[in-house]
Design a protein around this ligand. Sequence first.
Ligand SMILES: Cc1cc2nc3c(=O)[nH]c(=O)nc-3n(C[C@H](O)[C@H](O)[C@H](O)COP(=O)(O)OP(=O)(O)OC[C@H]3O[C@@H](n4cnc5c(N)ncnc54)[C@H](O)[C@@H]3O)c2cc1C
Length: 298
Amino acid sequence: MAKRLGRLRRLPEIEYFFPKTLKEVLSLLKKYNRQARVFAGGTDLLPKMKRREVVPKYLIDLSGIPNLKFIKYEKDKGLRIGAATTLSEILESSLVKRRYPILTEAISQMASTQIRNIGTIAGNLCNAVPSADSAPPLIVLKGQLKIVGRGKGRTVLVEDFFKGPDRTVLDSNELVSEIQMPPSIAGARGTYLKHTLRREMDLAIVGVAVCLVPDSKKEICKEIKIALGAVAPIPMRAKKAEEVLRGKQLNDDLIESAAKMASEESKPIDDIRGSAEYRMEIVRSLTKRAIKQSLEKV
Ligand SMILES: Cc1cc2nc3c(=O)[nH]c(=O)nc-3n(C[C@H](O)[C@H](O)[C@H](O)COP(=O)(O)OP(=O)(O)OC[C@H]3O[C@@H](n4cnc5c(N)ncnc54)[C@H](O)[C@@H]3O)c2cc1C
């Protein structure tokens, strides 16, 4: 069963830093290490602090660092989004909408305008809950995270970033500086579908992202990636379901088999928002719909 959320209390005393450069952030992280937390929009972090789930002594705000606020596209390198870019800035980007519409689709289903105006995509990933809405679309887009703070830094696929609920590959003196996506593939179409109990402002009970590359006649599935959210300890690829379709002639029976396979691959638990059995049924139905809707997109 889901753990009971603790009572919200006044924030304990903390020291708050508002650095202007990434270098300053890294030296603060090195100095205070496990006692410090990076703070982006605070939409996940502050409620956790009020519930005493995390009790940092120092907060290091990223929102004043101009070098972490950007959306850039290069034809041969693809898309880069700075870690302090807000969800609203990504949602409003015509570049993202044109080249990576599945990301726009997912963000438009997240939270409210007010939360999106301060919350970041990096914060959504680093918070590492299985229901993070940005994770499935970034996984099917082969997104990577640039991580700095140790040596020369490193890049990690979004797919390999999560270690479990609330856990990622990040060390305490590291942070994500940007999100990267390879150049958009000609002919690729994607869909993100999210099932919630309430229509607005609710976390996913199930999230499904599909990115599909059909042939010119839309008969053969040349390539496909399927990712699932909220149905395992971490956002996951449905690799066996992808195999059902990859390189095959597309038809309703095959799509149904792939959707069934995705449901069998998922590992949901019973919690207050839905039973495992219910979630598996939703995975089947959303995967089928997401594949069909992707095919219908021009
Ligand atoms: C009312 C409400 C509705 C919401 N609805 C949704 C929803 O529909 N879908 C959804 O997925 N989420 C939802 N959320 C959760 C939250 O808004 C998002 O996860 C948001 O994207 C978090 O971003 P942030 O910048 O506020 O992160 P913060 O709260 O600042 O940080 C979250 C965690 O990530 C760490 N962190 C942040 N940035 C970095 C970085 N660059 N490098 C390393 N660590 C970092 C922080 O230290 C912290 O541990 C909702 C929250 C609220 C309050």
